[in-house]
Design a protein around this ligand. Structure first.
Ligand SMILES: Cc1ncc(COP(=O)(O)O)c(C=O)c1O
Length: 415
């Protein structure tokens, strides 16, 4: 990390002046978190305290190349100077006021968002998470169509709140939470024939991740997306793309529909939208937006000044640094190199949403990578897949620099 030691200790000292002493090392941090939190997360045994670009550093001073981006959040890299400057400035100005009043930074954020939105979807609702964005989109679809049924994908993940969970096809996430309050049908991703058999004139919406991620990364062919659009039109159902992971340039285009020439009726986004400050968004077809009455959607924190400053800075960085193009180019180099690695059977995805399919379970390799200072992820839907959700600012040198470590681990670990 290039930040000099004095700036780094200045930040920690300022934080300790405000908060009191922080737990000093990984063991101390782990002990407190493990004893005070609900034990719901399976965590890597590391405690991160700072980040810069594609790199993060733990409490003991060890550095890691972050190819996981804090679960696809660090789109602009860690602590992009422009995002940090916007947040520092806004924090000194106004931390919060709700949607009961207008806000200059919110005005800027929504203007920028509508500037990058697909044509026809230039109206936004701001909220605070991906699950909330999906709940809002489903609610809009049900209200607009006066229908209750929703069709989603077996491989889909849409969040942990009950409505979003209802749309989540991956049974492991859903089973304990039954009964789900909405009427959902699940179909296999990429199969237009099954979708055609399932869709009928009582379906409010079809919701899908254009590229499933938690369910195992793979991409349906372009014809599937065109069939999806026309089947929805035929039955009067709205098409919702959950772009919580694929949106804002991750796949090499601003939104997934740009790859296949299909525009959905609603797009949901979150994760990288505000570079790590909680934020979600629904891009709404303009004529649908006009039908939403005051009070029909609402949230306290959505579009608050800190989130808005972070969104405005993030979108500015994505556009000004042309991160979608950069991500596409970096991904090309990475794919080429991965294809040649013994033990890698195939590579799937688009841009920097990438699944490396191994000839063996991915978990031991991912654990070995963490020990070697490289953060990647696994997914429930395909136990042999390593998931890469890297910052779009990843350089080609960084993208290729860890491959010898992967090769070594695959050579050491039995298939
Ligand atoms: C595709 C997708 N949709 C929705 C969500 C839910 O987002 P959040 O955790 O912000 O509620 C996630 C989270 O991983 C996701 O990957």
């Amino acid at each position: 990390m290039s930040t000099d030691a004095s700036t780094r200790s200045d930040d920690t000292e300022a934080l300790e002046r405000a908060l009191g002493p922080l737990p000093a090392d990984t063991q101390a941090i782990k002990a407190v978190e493990d004893s005070c939190q609900v034990p719901t997360y399976a965590k890597y045994p590391i405690a991160l305290v700072r980040g810069e670009g594609s790199w993060v550093e733990d409490a003991d001073g060890k550095r890691y190349l972050d190819l996981y981006g804090g679960h696809a959040v660090a789109l602009t890299g860690h602590c992009h100077p422009r995002v940090v400057a916007a947040l520092r400035a806004q924090a000194g100005r106004l931390l919060f006021y709700s949607n009961m009043v207008y806000s200059d930074v919110r005005a800027l954020a929504v203007e920028q968002l509508t500037g990058i939105a697909p044509e026809g979807l230039r109206s936004v609702f701001l909220c605070s998470s991906g699950a909330e964005a999906n709940e809002c989109a489903l609610k809009i679809a049900r209200k607009h169509t006066s229908r209750m049924r929703v069709v989603s994908m077996n491989e889909g993940f849409h969040g942990r709140t009950l409505g979003a969970l209802g749309a989540t096809g991956i049974a492991g996430y859903r089973d304990d939470a039954y009964p789900i309050p909405t009427q959902h049908d699940y179909v296999p991703y990429g199969d237009a024939d099954v979708l055609a058999e399932t869709l009928s004139d009582d379906v409010a919406a079809v919701i899908l991740e254009p590229i499933p991620s938690m369910g195992g990364i793979r991409v349906a062919d372009d014809a599937y997306f065109r069939a999806l659009r026309s089947l929805c039109d035929e039955h009067g159902a709205l098409l919702i793309f959950d772009e919580v992971q694929t949106g804002f340039g991750r796949t090499g285009r601003m939104f997934f529909g740009d790859h296949v020439g299909v525009t959905p009726d609603l797009i949901t986004g979150a994760k990288g939208l505000a570079s790590g400050v909680p934020a979600g968004v629904v891009f709404v077809r303009e004529d649908l937006s006009q039908q939403i009455a005051p009070g029909e959607q609402g949230t306290t924190f959505g579009g608050g000044p800190m989130a808005a400053a972070a969104i405005a800075a993030t979108v500015a960085v994505i556009v000004d640094e042309d991160l979608p193009t950069r991500a596409g180019e970096t991904a090309c180099a990475l794919w080429g190199a991965l294809d040649a690695v013994p033990g890698v059977e195939s590579v799937a995805g688009r841009g920097l949403l990438l699944g490396i399919n191994l000839d063996r379970p991915a978990k031991p390799i991912v654990r070995g990578l963490v020990e070697a200072g490289v953060l990647t992820g696994t997914c429930g839907g395909n136990p042999n897949q390593i998931r890469i959700l890297a910052p779009l600012t990843l350089s080609q040198e960084e993208a290729l620099g860890w491959i010898p470590t992967l090769e070594r681990l695959l050579a050491e670990e039995p298939a």
